[in-house]
Ligand binder design. Sequence first.
Ligand SMILES: Nc1nc2c(ncn2[C@@H]2O[C@H](COP(=O)(O)OP(=O)(O)OP(=O)(O)O)[C@@H](O)[C@H]2O)c(=O)[nH]1
Length: 553
Amino acid sequence: MSSDKKAIVAQKLKALRDEYRQKLPQALAHISNLANEYLSDETVLPSLKQQVHKLAGSAGTFGYSELSQSARELELLLQGWEQQPPGEQERSKALKHARALDQFLQGAAEPQSPTSYPSFKGDEPEVDRLIYLVEDDTSLAEELSATLNSFGYRVRHFTSPSTAEPAIVERRPDFLIVDVMFAGEQRQGPDSIQQIQENMADPLPVVFISGRDDFDAYLGAVRAGAVGYFVKPLDIPQLIDCLEAHLKLHQAEPYRVLIVDDDVLLSHHYRLLLESAGMRVETIQDPRKVLQVMREFHPEVVLLDLNLPDCRGYELAQLIRLHSEWLRVVIAYLSAEQDEYRQIQAIRNGGEDFLTKPISDMRLVSAVAVRAARSRQLSDAIDRDSLTGLLKHARIKEEIALELERAARQGKPVSLAMIDLDYFKKVNDTYGHGAGDKVIRALAQLLRQRLRKTDSVGRYGGEEFIALLPDCDAESAYTLLDSIRENFAALGFTGDSGVFNVTLSAGLVTVNGQKTDGEKAVNIADKALYAAKSAGRNQVAATEVTAQTDLSD
Ligand SMILES: Nc1nc2c(ncn2[C@@H]2O[C@H](COP(=O)(O)OP(=O)(O)OP(=O)(O)O)[C@@H](O)[C@H]2O)c(=O)[nH]1
């Protein structure tokens, strides 16, 4: 996040704190009045308890930690009064306490603003995929550079760590790929990199490649900050997977978080914090809106207050859990409830976790990020194919149906490509099933790399893939697919009996705003694929759905 944006968020947070400070005297007077009323009217007890509970949760967040503590003590005093009315002594103690709260602001110090700012995802530099490859085996370096280039990475090659060091200092790469052993060098790969890392404010992600497979070699790599270690002969798709996993950290879609809390100021405060950490946030005060927002916003984490108007937070958690499609959503309570027994009861009733208010800004951001990452991992495990990381058959079909509907609504083109490896049975038979798997993974990576964030790609069958390209006309789709075909054909693979290449064929259909059913679109693409295969393979055959196309069968 730029310093300008940071300043704006800081300003907004301050405006919220000021608003809270302004409203505080009224809230304290209200508590004091309710406590007075309670002497003659016991029915006000639930309102009194709710106001005190709310104060205990919010005051700490807005910098009044002593007030929060004091409210918490009063809350403890009031607990259990509904079941067992208090004696005279307890009543007057509570009244005194409530009045003392009301006096709290007189002579109180300014609230403390947070001393540290949460760390923001957006602070990270833009990714430009620059890799420094430090390798003295020039033929391996050439092969690796060529493959990485096909995957869209820019590679600079150095033959030793000592020649790479000045370049690293001058222009920081996104990744380092470093051999472990260098003939004639005083320091070996990990030692040199460890020394370079010591002078970097932010460590560089480094992947080591090596002929060594022993404990000391791994330990040296770990000490030099290794995020990956690959033994030669290299499994290049696996290495690219590792690079991608790190890129994903930067490029991932923002986490989606839903906050259900009836305290408007507090939920606004949380929202600002999480948004400034790069997340997308929706807040609702009325629990009755939860179903609608869940359906439209698809949150990955839901933060629930425990005390809500009309229902309890754990009832809402149970209500969400009645829907199997939201099983992967992580539900955490964010509440001022301190009683361990009630916290456990709430977790038993539907949520996974309990975050206690007041919560520091840092802790809130990191707690939500960790839970959102977990939810996403779970989703990926459910929706994605384990060999390729692409969407599974059922999910890509859902995406196709949704996208066709959207495109028809908006009158926009959408293209769909069915991609199939050529003579793949022969590849497996000649070079082994393991080599075949590498080919499948390499194609998956290439597709991910070349498609836009808004595109979807799925593994439709064993060696059959579908790429869905929203807002992409026939000509652009053909150009893209054909260049992927060319790139793929140029990749070299190593199998049981030597180096080989594989080609692909693709059938492309573009729907130009017509209402089309997903299955029909897939059938048309499949027919085009068949035409590409029949015409000799290693080519893209394209069709378009127009007003004249018969979509009846
Ligand atoms: N290694 C590997 N092979 C797979 C996987 N899934 C499917 N296959 C193989 O892919 C091959 C597909 O063969 P065919 O459908 O006959 O097609 P082809 O040999 O590619 O020929 P054309 O498509 O006509 O060019 C079969 O041998 C499958 O065993 C997989 O996950 N890994």
